[in-house]
Design a protein around this ligand. Sequence first.
Ligand code: NAD
Length: 486
Amino acid sequence: MAINWTEAQIEEVIASVIKNLNGGVAPAAKNSWDGSQYNGKRYIGVYADMNDAIDAATAGYKAVRAMSLEEREKVIAVIRDLCRKEAPTMAQLGVAETKMGRVAHKTAKHILVADKTPGTADIVAQVKTGDYGLTLTEMAPFGVVGSITPSTNPSETVICNSIGMIAAGNGVVFNPHPNAIATSNYAVDLINRASAMAGGPNVLVASVIKPTLDTAQIMYKHPNIRLLVCTGGPGVVRSVLSSGKKAIGAGAGNPPVIVDDTANIAKAGKDIIDGCSFDDNLPCIAEKEVFAFRNIADELISEMQKNGAYKITKEQAAKLADIVLVDVKNPKTGIVKKTVSRECVGRDAAVLLEKIGVRVGSDIRCIICETEFDHPFVQHELMMPILPIVRVNNIDEAIDLAVKAEHGNRHTAHMHSKNIDNLTRFARAVETTIFVKNAPSYAGIGFGGEGHTTFTIAGPTGEGLTSARSFTRYRRCVLSESFRII
Ligand code: NAD
């Protein structure tokens, strides 16, 4: 016999089923999220207290230690699978929660993480044999890793770090960015669901419902945390490096681009706009300022305009600078400093242009303007699709200014040129972790370029593009007088 239920009755039944599954907690309204749930589905492995999260991650570490490499790889394979399937959900949630970036690009970033983050194959033992026998060096886990993650690539960083850290045999506890808790904790939940599906523990990695600087401090001081990995701006990198623990710091950049007069200008114009506008310029590797040879600058600007760039005047640039950079007073020192407005980071070009009274269509993805070297657009890491272009007379001037604009971060730099001497000179002078030649910036993290991907690029501490092996400690085992078979 058919039952003719009303819509309200059906919703009531669904709500009571979810409530039961949630251990008595009523489901939230659709499109609701916080650090503990998304659309009423409670996250697994996310705790109110950082100490409980560390305990759970410690249990996760013990479980990983007991797994064979094959079992770890099974968990990682399911993480990759879920990351691919749920990429659009995480991208939408990330944009909705942080109000930054673009859904299509965030989806692509998750798929990149799923496809190109190295797993256990990255851990390779070394052997030395000689007159005295055989010495084996193995890459061992640290234990529980404390990971601080940014708002700019929140779930991407959680999943990428988790794959590498689990592959290396570690447990992980996260202190995510306060502006991206729901998105980051969605990724924590995804890792734990993958673990359970692959026969691993129900809680493999952990996080907190309300991460703060205080919860980070608990993490820094807890005896179970053996390694800190920090992905973020200069303040937080400085804080982990002064924690007294072994730390990996992946900090800020301000990637310059040089375009000389041997470059394929049409390609350079398109590549630079593609890279600069990707996820509204949130990736730390994205093009932030251009130094163009004077004799090709007009052509380069015209090629950029053919590819979705909108050129503003000097006056409009000054007006926009007053909006995207705000005065912030340091409460300790009282010193007022120009700081990038959080209201503008990762916003679409059209949204930023509207703030100065310019209306454009959705085809416009980047704002360009001609400036002098000392313009704030050149000097500040804006993380929004605004690209200043400085005309230079020759390669000496280009390298000198580009190195200065990078501010010694030694993060990322780009160049479009066919002159091998110029390319080599700039690469040597700028000393960045990533140097991309004749391609959009994202080629440097394996998107249309060779090599693995990561969203934790550790320039300050030297691990470079981190992968599983970055989260290991070297251990030596010596066998004397045997096992050399030649
Ligand atoms: P952010 O610096 O605002 O915050 C990063 C994280 O640190 C957050 O979890 C925040 O709450 C926390 N935090 C901040 N100060 C802290 C402190 N003193 N102690 C403990 N925790 C603290 O970063 P964001 O705005 O999300 O990201 C943007 C910055 O991060 C940019 O500078 C960007 O270049 C950089 N970044 C670097 C990489 C890399 O791989 N090198 C990757 C992504 C982002």
